[in-house]
Design a binder for this molecule. Structure first.
Ligand code: C2E
Ligand code: MG
Ligand code: MG
Ligand code: MG
Length: 277
């Protein structure tokens, strides 16, 4: 009996592994084409000012709908693009579309800001800053219109290309945000030196606000520290009114999460948040 169970176990394991390998092959084959044909889409999730409830802007999130497999999550295709050497091309596409969209929406809300996610690999490309400048200049946007989200790991790495890029981006006037803050190794003591204007508190902290007093204390002190050194705080993954109210009371300036909206296609975002018809 035991042998048979073991064998069945292996069979199902093989089937699962085979499924995963097949899926990866399909994605690997399709991704270069899809990027080349610019068939990726962007979704926009609103970022809200906690004091007034007003719209500040949106985070730009990349979307891929595969003909056969349906929607592929970015947590799957972004790493794949990185492995296949396609993240530069994907990133360019996102930057250009975001700049165009931001310019269009600024006709309705002049101070609207879009936040773009950048892969650590994009930070190793010497052309990053000039590419971003070209994109904003093409649409007569100030660099302040595009906030750049980077992960803690980028800031903690000690590479010359990265430091040069950071210096150029800051000098050009692009606002920087640390994404998923609290999940990496960024020491609080480093924060003042990094010249980052915005901390995005990872949603794992927000999720535990109601249940874990230690998390509550950590979030409260990070918000306090950010205030003292003049940084903005954005809470990610706000899903409940209790979380929202706690964050407002604690002094968190910006809120983002399903409570306000899921990421939306451009038209739906404009209709709902910019009053466009
Ligand atoms: P991220 O930058 O931390 O983006 C936030 C993620 O949290 C998004 O997932 C968003 O849909 C999700 N989210 C927002 N509010 C809530 C909430 O209230 N509850 C829950 N459970 N989730 C919420 P998404 O769109 O699947 O993106 C996943 C990650 O993929 C992003 O994490 C980002 O790291 C990466 N990504 C997405 N688009 C791009 C891109 O254009 N370039 C790069 N380099 N990475 C991207
Ligand atoms: Mg992000
Ligand atoms: Mg995040
Ligand atoms: Mg993330």
């Amino acid at each position: 009996v035991e042998a048979k169970q073991t064998r069945q176990h292996f069979f199902s394991f093989d089937a699962e592994l085979e499924g995963r390998i097949r899926r990866r092959r399909l994605l690997e084959q399709a991704l270069p084409r899809v990027i080349h044909a610019r068939q990726l889409h962007l979704a926009y999730q609103p970022i809200i000012a906690s004091s007034t409830g007003a719209l500040l802007g949106a985070e730009v999130l990349c979307r891929w709908h595969h003909d056969e497999l349906g929607p592929v999550p970015p947590d799957e295709f972004i790493p794949l693009a990185e492995q296949l050497g396609l993240i530069g091309a994907l990133g360019s596409l996102v930057i250009q579309r975001a700049a165009q969209q931001c310019a269009e929406w600024r006709a309705h809300q002049p101070d609207l800001c879009l936040s773009v996610n950048l892969s650590p690999l994009q930070f190793r490309q010497p052309s990053l800053c000039s590419e971003l400048l070209q994109a904003v200049q093409a649409w007569q946007l100030p660099p302040a219109a595009l906030e750049l989200e980077i992960t803690e790991s980028v800031l903690m790495e000690n590479a010359d290309e990265i430091e040069t890029n950071l210096r150029q981006l800051l000098a050009a006037g692009f606002p920087l945000a640390i994404d998923d803050f609290g999940t990496g190794y960024c020491s609080l003591a480093y924060l003042p030196r990094l010249h980052v204007s915005n901390l995005k508190l990872d949603r794992s902290f927000i999720r535990e606000l109601e249940s874990n007093p230690v998390t509550t204390a950590i979030v409260r002190s990070v918000i306090g520290l950010a205030h003292e050194i003049g940084m903005q705080i954005t809470a990610e993954g706000v899903e409940t009114e209790v979380q929202r109210d706690w964050l407002i009371a604690a002094g968190c300036q910006r809120l983002q999460g399903y409570l306000f909206s899921q990421p939306l296609p451009a038209e739906a975002f404009a209709t709902r948040f910019l009053g466009k018809r």
